[in-house]
Design a protein around this ligand. Structure first.
Ligand SMILES: NC(=O)c1ccc[n+]([C@@H]2O[C@H](COP(=O)([O-])OP(=O)(O)OC[C@H]3O[C@@H](n4cnc5c(N)ncnc54)[C@H](OP(=O)(O)O)[C@@H]3O)[C@@H](O)[C@H]2O)c1
Length: 322
């Protein structure tokens, strides 16, 4: 496994991050349901034993935080791997009056923060993200203020935001209270690269995590399995398959190695439903980099519309398509 070092924090972050929404709840286009706790523990063990030292979770991911907390509590860390847990603050349930009262919102945020610490059996969170970017910037960023206070109390290592749009990334670049961003990025969704914002984020010194490398599995699933409401993605995926075929590499390798080829992205989140999928993704990680001509071909790939690239738009799509 390769690592990048965050100098001012002495963090050594693996270039692959284990995403765990699939471990804590049923998630994905046609998921077979969440794995058993036994399989979930074997997935976590295999990831850490193979050098992945960043685990991404959230209180929104079912019992993912508890599963990780119980696992880490019993994990024989014979590699003495520094393990970084990323979890998130969800403010969706905060009432209107809470937002208008600094003491109340500080109390709510600390309550949610310490609840995640309790579930994870940790007394400090290495990386704490605001799950929904708009919450990070309302009321002059009062949430970022309070997270910065908890960071100054050395209970949070790095503060960050999980974003969906370029304007949200721009706000993170401009706001010195933000250390980390988690962005949606994959071989078809290169918008944040093409806009130059990814380069600016790196120049600003932000730690950048990329999720949706397989777009919840859509990019690599059998074309026949693609549900009607996402059929418009098929022609874009066929262009991908042409590049893979022409260069005799498999589609997963093309998708994962492409995102890993970018030095503007520090760590790539992989969501997996089984130990087999994790083993395969780590094997792909260890394979050789993509040839220049393949990277060139990717630059010319057409980019699908937002409603295909953004999974949070799929519910609405689904409601329109019979
Ligand atoms: N807003 C946010 O902060 C946010 C939003 C979404 C996700 N996340 C984080 O990002 C992580 C990744 O989620 P994602 O949505 O971005 O997923 P992704 O990595 O783009 O795709 C993951 C899906 O791809 C399929 N897959 C992965 N490896 C495979 C393999 N080797 N062979 C075959 N299929 C494979 C699996 O789906 P099937 O088996 O079902 O085909 C898996 O569920 C999550 O676990 C979560 O931690 C964060």
């Amino acid at each position: 496994m390769n690592y990048i070092t965050i100098k001012n924090k002495n963090y050594k972050i693996s270039r692959l991050t284990l995403g765990t929404v699939q471990i804590g709840t049923t998630y994905g286009i046609d998921s077979l349901g969440k794995p058993s706790n036994v399989e979930a523990n074997s997935i976590l063990k295999y990831a850490l034993d193979n050098g992945i030292n960043v685990i991404d979770t959230s209180p929104d991911y079912g019992d993912s935080e508890q599963i990780i907390g119980n696992f880490l509590n019993n994990y024989n860390n014979y590699n003495n791997l520094e393990i970084y847990v990323v979890t998130k603050l969800n403010c969706h349930h905060y009432d209107k009056n809470v937002w208008e009262n600094r003491e109340l919102i500080a109390e709510k945020i600390r309550e949610d923060f310490y609840l995640s610490c309790k579930k994870l059996k940790l007394d400090k969170i290495a990386i704490y993200l605001v799950h929904s970017a708009p919450h990070a910037f309302v009321e002059n960023g009062i949430v970022l203020d309070i997270l910065s206070e908890i960071k100054n109390e050395e209970k949070i290592g790095l503060v960050g935001v999980s974003i969906y749009t370029d304007s949200q990334l721009k706000k993170c670049i401009e706001d010195q209270r933000v250390d980390v961003v988690q962005i949606p990025f994959n071989i078809l969704d290169r918008r944040l690269l093409n806009s130059g914002l990814l380069e600016m984020a790196k120049k600003r010194g932000l730690l950048v995590f990329a999720r949706s490398v397989y777009l919840q599995g859509l990019l690599i699933m059998d074309l026949e399995r693609i549900p009607n409401y996402l059929k418009e993605a098929v022609n874009f995926i066929k262009e991908l398959r042409k590049i893979a075929m022409t260069n005799s590499i498999n589609l997963k390798e093309l998708c994962l190695k492409y995102v890993l080829s970018l030095d503007t992205i520090d760590s790539v989140l992989i969501g997996i439903n089984s130990l087999e999928q994790l083993k395969e993704n780590i094997k792909i990680f260890d394979s050789k980099p993509l040839k220049k001509e393949i990277l060139k071909a990717i630059e010319n790939l057409p980019i699908p519309p937002e409603y295909i690239l953004n999974p949070s738009k799929w519910v609405e799509l689904k409601s329109h398509v019979k």
